[in-house]
Write a protein that binds this ligand. Sequence first.
Ligand SMILES: [Zn+2]
Length: 334
Amino acid sequence: MEQQRRLTDAELATAVLDIEDPLAIENLSRTRPDASLQPSIIGEYHRPTTEQAIWCCHCQTHRHWNGFVVENETGNRYVIGSHCGPKHYELSFASARRQHTDLKQRQGLSRRLADILLVDAELLDSITHVLQSEGLRRIDAARAAIKKAAGDMFFRLQPIAVRGATLTESVRVRDYAAEARRPSSDKRDESPIYSFENRSIGTLEGAGLLIENGDCRDELLALRQALIEARKAHTRGTDSITTTDLQKIVKRCDEAHSRAEHAIALARRAPAFFSNENVSRLERWSEQFDAFRVQRTDVGFDVALSRGTAVRIVALEALELPHLADLGTASAEK
Ligand SMILES: [Zn+2]
């Protein structure tokens, strides 16, 4: 359970927790507060050291550039230096400080949620546009066609696509180290020893064509769900939500948005799978397998299968995907 909060989310929305001029605050008392009364921090101040130091109720003089404005049950407010707070109040200051830190975090999250909900309708529209786009439909169709015609190749390429990794070929190399390790009894054996090592052929381009789980469509649906949840939380009222859960809601939207943008960028590059360079790499890469062999054609490439047949894979033409609306800039406080 969270501590009872000093402010509701509606109050927090407009609360000033960073106080510009602490000595101008209402109900300011210059006396030393009763240390046995639990303080509540209503704000903090940070002043540049080029200015005059701020007055402190504990020191009874102008001494600090960083500190707090606190209030107790008398309704009076006091300005106290950041190190004098714990000195004056001892343990009770720590809990006041925790509450204040939580409120500041919550205020940042509430403001971020408000920013998200300013643009969620527009963003939901743009998600629908991408989902229903001709470009995405063509990627789906091309992926399904490759998977069906050349499943073996598809399932070997897919993990490479998911990792954003390079294609490799297996190369036979002379293993001088192994030759040197030959036992002395074999001294007169000078036959070369070979081993195989994987060498990079180059990046697998157009990986977005092969990724099934967590593809553009999945990431857009996840973003849509995150926005719907955020809107629901706001409609129900966030006061009943813990700060941890509020953070999860906001973070989920932010992360889902950046994943969706990344997935759209990958999908836009899907036709690069059929670029000249990539098809050359696929041809070289496929030489190590018995079950299939890639051969360039005028329209894309053929995949020759071990059973003596070949399937034709037609290149995916250049495509366009609609733009995904922004989610505003993430606030610094999370
Ligand atoms: Zn002080």
